[in-house]
Design a binder for this molecule. Sequence first.
Ligand code: FDA
Ligand code: NAD
Length: 434
Amino acid sequence: MAEKAFKYVILGGGVSAGYAAREFSNQGVKPGELAIISKEAVAPYERPALSKGYLFPQGAARLPGFHVCVGSGGEKLLPEWYSEKGISLILGTEIVKADLASKTLISAAGETFKYQTLIIATGSSVINLTDFGTQGAEAKNIFYLREIIDADELVKAIKSEKNKKAVIVGGGYIGLELSAALRINDIDVTMVYPEPWCMPRLFTSGIAAFYEGFYANKGVQIIKGTVAAGFSANEDGEVSEVKLKDGRVLEADIVVVGVGARPRTALFKGQVEEEKGGIKTDGFFRTSNPDVYAVGDVATFPLKLLNEIRRVEHVDHARKSAEQAVKAIFASEHKRTIDEYDYLPYFYSRAFDLSWQFYGDNAGDDVLFGDHDPTSSAHKFGTYWVKDGKVVGAFLESGTPEEYKALATVARLQPSVDSLDQLAAKGISFALNV
Ligand code: FDA
Ligand code: NAD
């Protein structure tokens, strides 16, 4: 089979691939020099839409409406954009072998791709309950959500009149966003998760109490402290029951599982250094192989602000790391220098009519402020994290753009505080006056 050769190859066609392509264009990449190879059948899009607007009962988001870079207010890169720029968008193509020594990638169909510089942008894959040997987990109508084809399957099931009861396994991002999405589609929803409160990776018990109360008021049932131990199926092989470890049995005709993601690094095992489950990079996203960069979910990079090495599974970092890597590639080719990546962690979510943003680090003492009564129509609250006398992180539900901007400033500047009580009393006005 014919071999194709490119100066630059981006492996993966997700969020970071799209933002990298735009930066390649800004940097003056020449027609024919760049290829994006993706197993997905569509051009890079804003993945966050899949668990939100894509699932709306009315006016649902559909491609081409949410191709990158609309998520950050930029130009929408339609498939034509890539062809106009002479960028090869090689879709529906899964790479099954990567040999970094010979700079060769091989697809499932046996095609060979050569590169001079490679950007690994393979993102994450979902953790599957079959990985844990959960009994019955291969039944039909048990869904996971990572790519647009998963979302299409889920939409079909949501729209089917016979599906009226859903169990959501997992209390993280997918669990919270999907419970809301299914509920607004008028489906009975029960969430199940092992921890004492939802999203323990980020939420304090105080933050979680608001969301759990709000979801309960929307009719979402929440079962905490146990996991799905098995599933029963009907004669068509469709899921009919979820058996919990604590002995309870829940009826279900749809199950959505969100029990975490794993960075897709398997192709590169033993060929690049890894750390914290990801591919280790420097502040320019260069890996231990100088011709190979890694961006987005797969990269473990120096987080300068916190003086730590971290991996981040969020869209803002996917966008910015991609831009940084491409700038670094061009700088190194032109013997220029650029500043090291200096990232301020930024995460957000939206569900029902709720919306929050978080900046910085959720470490140290937490200080809850504002109206966090889930039944209050004026709910608006936040949390600061204070470590070694400094505010290092900030969270706000239902903020204005100005308040979110102030939150980011606080997390970046890390102002000192004397009293946690005073900080709680000042609430968002503290951030607005920094
Ligand atoms: P991404 O997953 O976007 O892309 C990886 C690409 O590589 C995919 O196209 C994949 O098919 C391809 N690929 C992988 N292996 C391959 C191979 N061997 N050959 C060819 N192609 C291959 N974050 C946030 O901050 N706010 C939010 O609201 C959300 N919402 C959200 C919803 C849902 C449903 C998901 C799944 C995730 C989010 N996220 C999020 C997280 C965010 O979307 C995520 O961090 C970024 O998409 C990561 O971008 P990457 O480019 O690293 O991977
Ligand atoms: P997550 O890590 O956010 O949450 C996983 C949750 O799974 C845990 O909190 C726990 O409650 C639960 N869990 C673990 N094992 C379990 C088990 N055996 N049974 C039941 N529950 C179990 O992961 P996720 O929600 O699956 O999200 C997947 C990826 O998508 C992540 O990278 C996430 O960052 C990304 N994502 C982000 C957003 C956002 O930023 N708004 C939205 C959707 C998805």
